[in-house]
Design a binder for this molecule. Sequence first.
Ligand code: NAP
Length: 345
Amino acid sequence: MKIKVGILGATGSVGQKFIQLLENHPWFEISEVAASERSAGKMYRDAVNWFMQTPIPEKVAVKKVKECVPTLDCQIVFSGLDASVAGEIETAFAHAGYAVISNSRNHRFDPDVPLLIPEINADHLKLIREQKYGQGFIITNPNCSTIGMSLPLKPIHDRFGIEAVHVVTMQALSGAGYPGVSSLDILDNVVPYIGSEESKMQTEPLKILGKLEHGQITAADIKFSAQCNRVAVIDGHLEALSIKLKTQTNVEEIKQCWANFKGEPQELELPMAPKKPVVYFEEENLPQPKLQRNLDKGMAVSVGRLQPCPVLDFKFIALSHNTVRGAAGAAILNAELIYKKGLLN
Ligand code: NAP
């Protein structure tokens, strides 16, 4: 029998992606969909403005949307809630015994909550033991641009030590939720501001790449500087990175680090795991959002254009699917990991 899961914020951009990705999941089935009181009580197909490119799965289309209160018939809740309400709702669900897997920022820096990218810091799951929710617990996903940046940095940091990172992002519209940025603001334009994004990219990797010792995380000692821009792309965040290393190396050794990189999701062959978390493209004009965002179910980060940097040491481009690897797909991978490791009650 499959494990019952509920989607909080099921009508939103991330919520819809959860429903699409979970349609034929081998271990999980959607038993509940919940959203705001505006949607609660309606049939899902009437409450949602569905904009995925596949039809609403019939079983979900006819479900009644519930309110986000912890009386749902499921073991895991995936949260794609607006950050203005996510914090309290997720806490209530954890207290009621649910495994809460969140995409929202609210609990990311709670000292006992893992900020999880399973290929990087699966060991941080031990933090769950420190939580005071009884049977329930909370696990968070990092911000979408942080995930796309942290995966290619991890094997380089492990081997050569990273001292500093400068990153400029070109972020897709779906990252702003639905209906998101108005067409008159973004067509023929680039908006050089995404609220709180730069500070998230400068702080979250320090926890993710940090060391878990004696029940707490010591932040990584790396300086990050981020500049974030919204561009007229539907899905896929492109990031231009320059990095300064602690030890000398060359382009070939860095490519080798990426080629050999894998983590627990690959070893455990989790259903949502990409075969390779980071894939290098030799073509001089790749990666591009339109061409590579769906690589390996949208779960692989594409990298390219690696070259020496005259200011720092090396520079390269990274691309990841913001609502899959950066949100719903990442949360599903987290859930698969906790299930496989026997952490579900
Ligand atoms: P969204 O499209 O605006 O969806 C928000 C969802 O929250 C909707 O289902 C909405 O339900 C629900 N909601 C709003 N107010 C509520 C309330 N008072 N009570 C209960 N539910 C409420 O946003 P999104 O882009 O999917 O993002 C969701 C979360 O994921 C955010 O915290 C965001 O920062 C994070 N995130 C997004 C991305 C991305 O690429 N989009 C990536 C990573 C993380 P109604 O339809 O009923 O209003």
